[in-house]
Design a protein around this ligand. Structure first.
Ligand code: SF4
Length: 270
C-alpha cells in the first residue's frame, strides 16, 4: 500500500480532540452536542453521498427476508444466498408454501440458519394469513412479525417505504457511543436519543452513512483515527492508531482515496 505523501493541516486541527474534547470531559452543552452531531452528519454526507442499503432486494418482502438473514452475518454473504432463495421463493406466498428444510439448505451459509428459516417461514405465513401476502408499512405491525425487531423494521420502513427510520445495528451503536451522541448500550434508547438530535428526514440516509463509516474507517477493533475525516469532532480520537500512515492502511472501501483526501491525506499514485 502506498505511503501517505503529505498531511494537509486541517483548519480545525487546533481544536481539543479525543480525551480533551468537551464531549469527552463532560463540558459539552446540549446545544453544542446538537451542533456537532449535525456537522458530523453533513461531513458524512460529503464522504458517502451515495450511501445505500447494501442488501439486494426487489420488493419489501425480499428486503424484509434479507434483513432477517443479515443478523450476525455480513450483507455480502446474505447477497450470495438471496438470489437462489428469491428465485425459488420470490414472495410471501411461495415462501410460506416452502418446506423448512428447503429454506434451511439455501440460507445455511448465513449462520443460525434453523432459527432464521423458522422465522422466515413463520413471518411469510403471517403475511399470507393477515396481510394478503403484502408487507405492512407501519412499525408496530412489522415488529409483530416473527423474528422482526425494531432494527429490521426500520430498515424496511426506510428503504422500501421511504419512511424515515434509524437503523441501530452494531456499527451505528458503536459509533454513536464513541461520538458521545449517547451513552446507552440499549438500541431502543440509542434510537430515541439520536432521533432527538438529528432531523427526522435524515434518519434513513444517516443510518447508511454511519454504517458505511463503521465498515470503512471506524472499525470495532482498530479504528483508523489518524486517517479519519471526523477526527476533529470525535471525542474518541486516539482509540485507534493516530499516525496517519498506520491509520491510512486501515481504511477500506472503493472510495478509500477520497476518504483519505477528506482527512487531509494524499497518497502517491501507484
Ligand atoms: S475512527 Fe477514531 S476519530 Fe474516527 S470516528 Fe472512529 S474513533 Fe473517532
Amino acid at each position: 500500500m502506498a505511503a501517505p505523501q503529505s498531511l494537509t493541516p486541517s483548519p480545525v486541527e487546533s481544536r481539543p480532540r479525543g480525551p480533551r474534547h468537551p464531549a469527552a470531559t463532560g463540558a459539552e452543552s446540549r446545544r453544542g452536542l446538537v451542533t456537532r452531531a449535525r456537522r458530523m452528519a453533513r461531513t458524512l454526507a460529503v464522504a458517502y453521498p451515495e450511501a445505500y442499503c447494501e442488501l439486494t432486494f426487489r420488493s419489501p418482502f425480499q428486503l424484509l427476508v434479507a434483513t432477517v438473514l443479515s443478523a450476525q452475518c455480513t450483507d455480502v454473504r446474505v447477497n450470495q444466498v438471496t438470489p437462489e432463495l428469491f428465485r425459488r421463493f420470490p414472495d410471501a406466498h411461495a415462501m410460506a408454501a416452502a418446506s423448512l428444510v428447503e429454506i434451511e439448505e439455501i440460507i445455511r451459509p448465513t449462520g443460525f440458519f434453523r432459527a432464521k428459516a423458522a422465522n422466515i417461514h413463520a413471518l411469510s405465513t403471517q403475511l399470507v394469513e393477515h396481510w394478503d401476502g403484502e408487507v405492512p408499512s407501519r412499525l408496530e405491525d412489522l415488529v409483530a412479525l416473527p423474528g422482526v425487531g425494531r432494527k429490521t423494521a426500520n430498515v424496511v420502513l426506510g428503504n422500501a417505504f421511504d419512511t424515515p427510520g434509524l437503523t441501530i445495528d452494531t456499527h451505528f451503536g458503536r459509533l454513536a457511543r464513541r461520538w458521545k451522541w449517547t451513552e446507552s448500550e440499549d438500541p431502543v434508547q440509542v434510537e430515541k436519543e439520536v432521533g432527538e438530535i438529528i432531523p427526522r428526514p435524515e434518519w434513513t440516509v444517516l443510518s447508511h452513512r454511519i454504517i458505511f463509516h463503521g465498515r470503512r474507517v471506524c472499525h470495532s477493533r482498530r479504528p483508523a483515527c489518524g486517517a479519519c475525516f471526523l477526527a476533529a469532532d470525535c471525542p474518541s480520537f486516539g482509540l485507534g492508531p493516530t499516525d496517519p500512515g498506520t491509520a491510512a492502511d486501515l481504511v477500506k472501501g472503493e472510495n478509500r482515496t477520497e476518504l483519505l483526501r477528506l482527512a487531509g491525506i494524499e497518497e502517491e499514485a501507484q
